[in-house]
Ligand binder design. Structure first.
Ligand SMILES: *Cc1c(COP(=O)(O)O)cnc(C)c1O
Length: 384
């Protein structure tokens, strides 16, 4: 389970849950491996329990769940969808694929989430939806965002790739948007390599979501015996993961509490044991407002500038610790410029954060000596 056997503390290493290999064998031995099999049903129930979502549909990725969301909203070319600039490209790409225009809003300097104070200025006659990303699983200001969305008649979609198990004012992330998306990519807390889920909270979208996921057909109803043949009903695509992946995912979801407990221990040690170093070196640590519970998805430090960020990553590499950075701003990316537009005021905070952020190793299999090694390596770096 532990990482002390490795010469380098890797940035990420998948955790193998107790039943994972047994379930995989069972799925293969079952002689039926297509989507929506017995493990898909088990994993779906577990995802619904953790997120409080009305309906969960397993998908081949979070990217695909976002693409399904864009189809379900009936977006037309020229419609505008507000997204943060500081996020993974799929958050915007899914909507650009439907001809919609992503409108990029800057992030807050504390939570690094879409800055709700800049949201209203980004809304136009053509705005149809707001896609929020709960960065590091720390919730966006959902009350303020929900209120604006209601006032302007906008759909809210949660890209909850980081936020499985997170809460805002006691309520689980993934239960706020009419639609929300999860990722079970290898780099996420719960993973099976490549998969995701679409959470449908608006019951008006339930039936169509199933159709869009099944190549635009009513095959799901056919399998349930509700229709005597299945036909092409709507546009859609092939968004079902194999039941073999769902078997791996079921085992991971059953181990959710164990995985989360260990991730929190690692996160908490970084946060406490690096506090003095951060204060003494002008580095920032994550901000978690009191009304939010985060799921220990990632731990980051904000260095004073790009040079120190690069130097810290090199310093850690020399000491056998693999640290990484992420999110090149979308508003200034080639596709962002071609397909999107930047909201008034630009994205100055995103541009700064992009240069300054370092992510430390965080995975359930990281043992205490591994965490100590990371902390010691960071502490020997001095910002002069
Ligand atoms: C990981 C991630 C995605 C994409 O997830 P996939 O399952 O790999 O498609 C989308 N959005 C965010 C914020 C992510 O972190």
């Amino acid at each position: 389970m532990y990482a002390t056997d490795l010469r380098t503390v890797p940035f990420n290493r998948t955790y193998i849950a107790d039943n994972e290999l047994d379930y995989l064998t069972e799925a293969v031995r079952g002689h039926s491996t297509c989507g929506d099999g017995p493990f898909t049903r088990r994993a779906t129930v577990l995802v619904e329990q953790i997120t409080g979502a009305g309906q969960a549909l397993l998908t081949t990725s979070c990217t695909h769940a976002l693409e399904m969301s864009a189809i379900l909203l009936d977006l037309r070319p020229g419609d505008e969808v507000i997204t943060p600039s500081f996020t993974f490209m799929s958050t915007a790409n899914a909507f650009a694929l439907r001809g919609a225009v992503p409108v990029f809003v800057d992030c807050r300097p504390d939570t690094l989430n879409l800055d709700e104070r800049r949201l209203e200025a980004a809304i136009t006659e053509r705005t149809r939806a707001v896609v929020v990303v709960h960065y590091a699983g720390v919730a966006c200001a959902m009350d303020e965002i929900g209120e604006l969305a209601r006032r302007y008649g906008l759909a809210v979609i949660e890209d909850n790739a980081h936020g499985l198990g997170g809460r805002y004012r006691g309520r689980p992330l993934g239960s706020f948007g009419c639609l929300a998306t999860q990722s079970f990519h290898e780099t996420k807390n719960i993973q099976c390599g490549e998969a995701g889920a679409l959470l449908v909270n608006d019951t008006a979208l339930t039936e169509r979501a199933e159709i869009v996921r099944e190549k635009g057909t009513d095959r799901s109803r056919f399998y349930r015996g509700q229709v005597d043949k299945y036909r092409w009903i709507d546009i859609g695509s092939s968004y079902l993961p194999s039941d073999v992946l769902a078997a791996q995912l079921t085992a991971q979801l059953e181990a959710f509490d164990t995985i989360q407990a260990r991730r929190h221990e690692v996160w908490d040690r970084y946060h406490e044991e690096l506090a003095d170093w951060a204060a003494g070196n002008g580095a920032g640590q994550p901000t978690v407002p009191d009304d939010r519970a985060h799921p220990a998805h990632l731990y980051y430090l904000l260095m004073p500038d790009l040079d120190h960020r690069q130097a810290l990553i090199a310093h850690l590499a020399e000491r056998g610790v693999q640290a990484v950075f992420h999110y090149q701003p979308l508003h200034s990316s080639p596709a962002g410029i071609r397909y999107g537009r930047t909201a008034p005021g630009g994205c100055p905070v995103t541009e700064q954060v992009t240069d300054r952020l370092v992510r430390l190793p965080l995975f359930a299999g990281l043992d205490e000596p591994g965490v100590t090694r990371v902390i010691d390596a960071v502490r020997t770096y001095e910002v002069s």
